[in-house]
Structures are given as C-alpha cells and as structure tokens.
Design a protein around this ligand. Structure first.
Ligand code: F6R
Length: 595
C-alpha cells in the first residue's frame, strides 16, 4: 500500500507535498518522490523516508505537483522504482496506489510501440499509456482512455508539464479531494490535507476528476457527476504525537475518550437502553461478522456477544476466507468490521454478501471510506484518527460497538441488560484508572522483551484478546507470539512450554476462572514463567502465577475491554525495550488495499 497526494493552488507546491507525504507515511515509507510542474516537470525521488527526500528537493517556484510514499509491491526498493513515474518525453508524471494486474501485457505492447521502461513497477505502464493517448491540453481524456485498459485497482494522480490542472481517477483504491481557498488537494486519505482544509469530497469508483486551483470537475462513464462535500470531524492536532514518544502510546491513552465517543448518544439516559440509528433486518436469523487482523478479533468478540446477549446465531469469518467458507448460504445480515473501511479482503467479502442478497452493515472508523458507501448502512466507531500501524483505540472502539450492537437487540432480561449498560458507561473511567498503572505493566513488558517466544492464553470471551495480544506482539516487537485457548494447550502446545516460553494468562473472575487456575498450574509445572492478568481483589492467583497484573474488576462479560489495554501495553513495552520502530513495523502498512 502507498500514499499519494496532489496539490494545485497559490502556495509553493514542494513544501505542501512534503508535509502531506509525511502525514501519509504510515501507508508506506520505503521510498518516496514528488513531481512539480511548470513549463517542464521536475521529478525528485529518494529511497527512505520523506526527510531523505526533503534534503534532495531543490527550491522551486511551482505551485502544482504530485507526490507518493511507497510500500514496495512490484519491484525492489530503489529510486528507479519510486514514484512518480514518467513517460518517454518526461512530460507526464503519475503517482499510483493499487495494483495493475495486466501490466505485463500492457508493458509488452507498449514496448513493441517503442516505449522505453526504466522501472520494474506495474505503475510505469500508466504514464506511457497516457502518453499514447495524450493530445496537448487534453489530459483528462487521455487518462480516461488509459484507465480503460487497466485490470486491477488504482487511485492515480496525473500531472503534465505546462498544465493548469491535475487529473485523478480511482477504482477500488481510496481517493479524496480537499477543497481549499484558491487551492485544492487530492490524496489517498484526509490526513494528508488536514493542515489546510477539512472540506472534502470522496471520489467513487470510476470517477475521473480534473482539479484546478479554483474548481473540481468530476465525471463518471463520460457523464458529469456531483459528489457531496463533507466536513471531516478530525483536526490536524489529532494526527500529531502530542508529547508521546509514539503514536501507538498516544492512541492507547486516547482509549477512554474513544470509548466515550463510541457510546455517545447511543444509550438513553433515563431507562438505560441501547438505540442505534442503523438500518438492520428486524429479526436476522444468522449474522456473519467479517473482518481481517485486529478487526477480526473484534468480530470474534461480537460473535460471542450476539450469541449470548442477542440470542442470535452469529459467526465471525476471516474476510480473506469468506468465499471459501460461503457464509452467505445461510446468513441474512453481514457485518463488515474495518477501521479504515478500505481493506481489500473485507470489501471483497462485503461485495460477495451484497451479491448474495444479504443486508450489510459497515462498522467503520473512517468517514467516507469505501465500506461506508458499499454497505446498506454504517455504524461509526468514532475512535478518531489512528496513525500508528498497530490498531489500538480503533480495536477497543470496535469491541464497544459489538456490545452496543448486541445490546441494541436486547433479548436478555431487563435487569441484566441494565446492569451491563450501566457498567459499560463506566468503562472510560475504568480505562483511565488502568492506564494510571502503565509503569507496572511496562515492567512486565520489559521483562518479556528478553524472550524470543511468548504464549498468550485465555478462555471464553477473553480468547480473542489473547489473539490480539499475540498479534500486537508479533507486529511491533518481532517476537514470535501465539495465542491459545487455555484448554487447548494440552492438545499440542504443551510441548513448547518451559523456562524459555513465558505465558501471559488472562484470568478474570468469570465462569472459566477455576479452569484457568488449573491450566496455569499445569503451565507452571512445565517450567514456564506465568504472568496472570486478574481482577483487582483477586489474591488467589498470586499463589499460582509468578507475576500478577491487576485490572479493575468489572462484570465478567466486559473484561475483554480492560484486558485489551494490558496486552497492548505489554506488547508496546516489549517493542520499546527491544528498540523497534513501533509506529511503523517492518513489512506492514496501516491500510491493506490489496488482496
Ligand atoms: C493490527 C492491524 C491489522 C488491521 C487489519 C484490518 O494491529 O492493525 O491487523 O486490523 O489490517 O484493517 P481494517 O480494520 O482497516 O480493515
């Protein structure tokens, strides 16, 4: 995945592009480049981060340009493979996010026509195709003809020497226009433009757009279309680190606020009840929750909550496996959980669900994202912008959205429902209390940093939290971590236990507690160091575990929310102790827009 940006207006283009690219680095950061246009094009590229590029950019007077920050897919990390890519005469430059599946055929045909290629990328076919169709001053038309040749996904921004406009187009990759005063922007996402404007227009698949300093013209299938102007509810400050060493830590600390926002206006005050303003089947027979990565772990919690609280059959299906599993055969409501709203696997699963006639709901953080437009309705989790690649506050917000969804269908007895809702409202305060104990949890993270393998174990509703702990640990600290339902250890993973395999055990006082105690005794007997995460007031586990982390005691069903914070902080401090680049883990990007 990559980040792209375009600017045209009254400011010098280079500083704007460099600043905006910096904001998009979370989408990819192995190499980057910009092209600015006056009578001729000036292209500068660098391997490495935007700071590297900024050292190479010579001062110029251009007020229009495009930029790209890359996460290599086709071709190694080299300057030649960095974008922008240009045509033979150096008159047209293109930045691209997505994958052109038929680029080998296109490239062979263009080479036969005499076009010379200098990179290994799929993207380079684009400037050559546009060159083939280009007539002076008619860039938009050439882009339209070029994209017709493409199979695959693309969000592109194109600029030509001497031109007074940028041309942008999208299919299956996000692209948003930012509207300023005598200036306009195009980018993969709004974070690139929040320093300049909060008024945006989200492009739709098939849109081709000409952007000048004063206007924006959008066409789809040859017809002029208008798209709604939206105001982004996020500020530029929200995408700064605000004194924290890493975005991940800042976002972990933003969780009390994120949960308050997820709950806001969705619980009635006098008679506690959850009301969600969403379009949903009245009595769904079977619900399928589909998602990837951390969002899938939220889906697993959702599966259990919908089953237990709403008494509805629900199952979580990994989005990339959706077609194989064919869950639409017996489901009538498919819920796609995706913080970005742009994850290709989740979007593909959602399209399959729609094609099969299921009602669809997107549980999303990013307004205007593709999932919100694809589904019948959206439940926004309102966690605010998340910059760190590792999902934290958006995961918590998704989990809270699962409680809301399950409770909104209210089939448990009224007293149990009221108790649960009342305690859900207190979660932000409990989270703040738990975050005050960060330094304790940090010590356990620092201790775990010396190991090369870690197990996370739990039972019941906390098993997805164990999965989340293992995922976070792998992702940001590069330590091998696995999660197991505690009862499964004896069926194989026991073989790995011993002094070099520490185990983090999530053991709230719920109906699985005594079984957890037995599992932990078995783990200890095999020599593994055990860190138990238990309720405040639980002194029994101290006899069993080597170390104990205490979390505020809440109703057992709500314990995953608090335990999540513990595993997030553990993984953060393992990564910090090991000196890892926490916000930008190797080989990963924030939003995965390829299948
Ligand atoms: C892990 C992480 C990923 C995402 C996954 C889905 O920390 O962030 O596993 O959860 O790529 O992304 P979304 O939620 O945007 O669909």
């Amino acid at each position: 995945m990559c980040g792209i940006v375009g600017y045209i207006g009254h400011r010098l283009a280079q500083p704007v592009l460099l600043n905006s690219l910096g904001k998009l680095e979370y989408r990819g950061y192995d190499s980057c480049g910009i092209a600015v246009a006056e009578r001729s094009l000036e292209v500068t590229k660098a391997v490495g981060r935007v700071v590297e590029l900024s050292r190479l950019v010579a001062k110029g007077s251009a007020t229009a340009g495009i930029g790209h920050t890359r996460w290599a897919t086709h071709g190694a990390v080299t300057t030649a493979n960095a974008h922008p890519h240009i045509d033979c005469r150096g008159r047209i430059a293109v930045v691209h996010n997505g994958i052109i599946e038929n680029y080998l055929e296109l490239r062979a045909a263009l080479e036969r026509d005499g076009h010379r290629f200098v990179s290994e990328t799929d993207t380079e076919v684009l400037p050559h195709l546009i060159e083939k169709y280009y007539r002076e001053g008619r860039l938009e038309e050439a882009v339209g003809l070029a994209v017709k040749c493409l199979v695959g996904s693309y969000a592109i921004i194109v600029i030509a020497a001497g031109s007074k406009s940028l041309v942008a187009a999208r299919r299956d990759s996000p692209l948003v226009i930012g509207l300023g005063d005598r200036e306009n922007f195009v980018a993969s996402d709004v974070s690139a433009m929040l320093d300049y404007t909060d008024r945006v227009v989200y492009l739709e698949d098939g849109d081709i757009c000409r952007v000048t300093a004063d206007d924006v013209f959008i066409a789809n299938s040859g017809t002029t279309v208008s798209r709604k102007v939206q105001v982004v509810p996020w500020t530029a400050e929200q995408v700064q680190k605000g004194g924290y060493e890493h975005f991940m830590l800042k976002e972990i600390h933003e969780q009390p606020k994120a949960v308050s926002e997820t709950l806001a206006g969705r619980i009635s005050v006098i008679e506690p009840a959850v009301t969600l303003d969403i379009e949903a089947p009245a009595n769904p027979r079977n619900i399928v929750l589909t998602a990837c990565g951390s969002s899938y772990h939220a889906a697993l919690i959702g599966e259990l909550l919908l089953t237990r609280l709403a008494r509805v059959r629900a199952r979580a299906v990994i989005a990339s496996e959706f077609e194989q599993v064919e869950p639409t055969l017996d489901s009538d409501w498919v819920i796609a959980i995706t913080q970005s709203g742009e994850t290709a696997d989740t979007l593909r699963a959602t399209k399959k669900a729609r094609a099969a006639g299921c009602a669809t709901l997107a549980v999303v953080n990013v307004q205007g994202s593709t999932a919100t437009r694809l589904c019948d309705d959206t439940l926004f989790v309102r966690a605010g912008p998340e910059v760190s690649v590792a999902a934290t506050k958006t995961f918590i917000a998704q989990v809270v959205a699962m409680y809301l969804l399950a409770l909104s269908r209210g089939t448990i007895d009224r007293k149990a429902e009221t108790d649960l809702i009342n305690e859900l409202k207190l979660i932000p305060a409990y989270l703040s209390r738990l975050l005050d104990r960060e330094s304790d949890i940090a010590q356990h993270g620092a201790y775990l940093a010396r190991f090369t393998d870690i197990f996370f174990v739990a039972r019941g509703i906390n098993y997805p939290v164990a999965l989340e702990g293992a995922l976070k640990t792998k992702e940001i600290s590069y330590v091998h971590a696995e999660a197991h339902p505690a009862g499964e250890l004896k069926h194989g993973p026991f073989a790995l236990l011993g002094p070099n395999m520490p185990v983090v055990a999530l053991a709230p006082k719920d109906e699985t507690y005594s079984l957890m105690q037995s599992s932990m005794k078995e783990i200890k007997a095999r020599g593994s160091p055990v860190i138990a995460v238990v309720d405040e007031g639980d002194s029994d586990m101290e006899q069993v575990a080597d170390y104990v982390i205490k979390v505020p005691a809440v109703q057992p069903l709500l314990s995953p929310i608090l335990n999540t914070v513990v595993v997030q902080l553990i993984s953060y401090y393992i990564a910090k102790t090991r000196g890892c680049p926490i916000d930008r883990p190797a080989n990963l990007a924030k939003s995965v827009t390829v299948l």
